[in-house]
Design a protein around this ligand. Structure first.
Ligand code: NIG
Ligand code: FE
Length: 385
């Protein structure tokens, strides 16, 4: 089954040779892109879609989310908006609600958020564990996540489990031992929240190296609330990404720039928005040469948004990114952070994940904040929205 989408006003390919095409067309064959070029030269296909001079972009690649959880944190958000600060400790509220949830309730919730994402143009999403913090609850979260996405991350080291409050070292032993054994079969990555109130540099190193020894690729919650060792550790261990990167020293920026081919700086504007915190300086990272991704961090505590268009708009308005840079970071940047070469771009052979916008150009994603501009979504060549 082939589909021709033609009369595309602006086609963002993220391909260095093709660039952004005007008066373009694209042909999908099965789950892949089969042809890209000028509308006038397009081959025939089984099905034809008229884009009516609107824009087409690659599906968003959301490389950081925490969507297996129970309950919500409305009260904590309300308190924050009345002046209370955000701390890592709030995670424990969601841990209690998650442990109390049935498998069915957790899966229903996850499906709902993935559906929200799809309707907003996200065709690839990473999902972390981290609200179970027991061997069974972490493995359960990853088992549920793995049924919906191949991009799953073991985050047993989100915070120290409440039962181990007096003995964090014993919790790290659990995370690097029996919990890792139970979770590794369902996970592609290992992550750690390296932060005051969560795990220090030595603990984070132990978690990441244990995960790597089991074949999981490291990624790190780094430098979110304070400057700390997270970014340097991520680079040193060849992590796929250092996420948040809100509080960076010059040495951190240089480390990420030097590691641009290996470790992506993943920025999560929803977290600063929802915790009323200072935004990361994307301009500083891009100018230094770092590879930047944008992601939602969708979770009930620090960033309860599933919307990549929202993150793009904030990143342009408040983080120094141009609209082009932000849309590329939300597509190709996310793909790099997940070390995927088949998504995040639209060239022959790429996965047929794409979004038709109700706008003449992808710039409108930032120019028209809060407006639902996603008109149609194809995932693996199938029209899903
Ligand atoms: O990425 N920083 C750590 N983890 C999440 C927040 C989790 C929560 O507050 O529930 C984050 O922001
Ligand atoms: Fe996160």
């Amino acid at each position: 089954m082939t589909t021709l989408i033609t009369n595309i006003g602006s086609l963002l390919t993220n391909d260095p040779e093709l660039g952004t095409l005007t008066d373009a067309a694209i042909v999908l064959d099965g789950d892949q892109v089969a042809w890209v070029g000028a509308a006038a030269a397009a081959p025939d296909a089984d099905e034809r879609v008229d884009a009516e001079a609107r824009a087409v972009i690659p599906g968003f690649v959301d490389s950081h989310s925490h969507m297996v959880f129970g309950g919500d944190r409305t009260a904590e958000f309300n308190a924050r908006m009345s002046g209370k600060p955000y701390t890592a400790g709030g995670i424990r509220t969601t841990v209690a609600a998650t442990r109390a949830s049935s498998d069915e309730a957790l899966e229903r919730n996850l499906r709902r958020f993935i559906g929200e994402m799809l309707r907003q143009g996200t065709t690839t999403v990473e999902v972390k564990s981290g609200y179970g913090l027991t061997v069974e609850d972490e493995a359960r979260a990853l088992r549920i996540a793995a049924a919906h996405t191949p991009e799953t991350t073991y985050l047993g080291a989100h915070v120290v489990a409440p039962e181990f409050a007096d003995d964090p070292a014993a919790y790290v032993d659990l995370v690097t031992g029996p919990m890792l054994d139970a979770c590794a079969p369902y996970a592609r990555y290992v992550d750690v929240f390296c932060e005051r109130g969560a795990f220090d540099g030595d603990q984070a190193r132990a978690v990441l190296t244990a995960g790597a020894a089991r074949g999981l690729t490291p990624r790190v919650h780094a430098n979110q609330l304070t400057e700390g060792p997270g970014v340097q550790l991520a680079v040193e261990l060849g992590a796929a990404s250092a996420d948040h990167c809100t509080h960076l020293s010059d040495a951190d920026v240089k480390a990420l720039a030097d590691a641009h081919a290996t470790t992506v700086a993943t920025l999560l504007p929803g977290a600063e928005f929802s915790t009323r915190a200072v935004y990361p300086d994307a301009r500083r990272l891009i100018d230094a040469g770092a590879t930047v991704a944008l992601s939602t961090d969708c979770n009930p505590g620090s960033s309860f948004t599933s919307s990549m268009p929202f993150c793009i708009a904030v990143a342009v308005r408040d983080m120094g990114m141009t609209p082009d840079e932000a849309v590329v970071a939300a597509t190709l940047g996310g793909a790099r952070a997940l070390r995927r070469t088949d998504v995040g771009h639209l060239a022959v052979g790429a996965r047929a994940d794409l979004v038709l916008l109700d706008a003449p150009s992808h710039v409108h994603l930032a120019y028209r904040p809060g407006v639902p501009l996603v008109s149609a979504v194809w995932q693996g060549g199938a029209r899903v929205c």
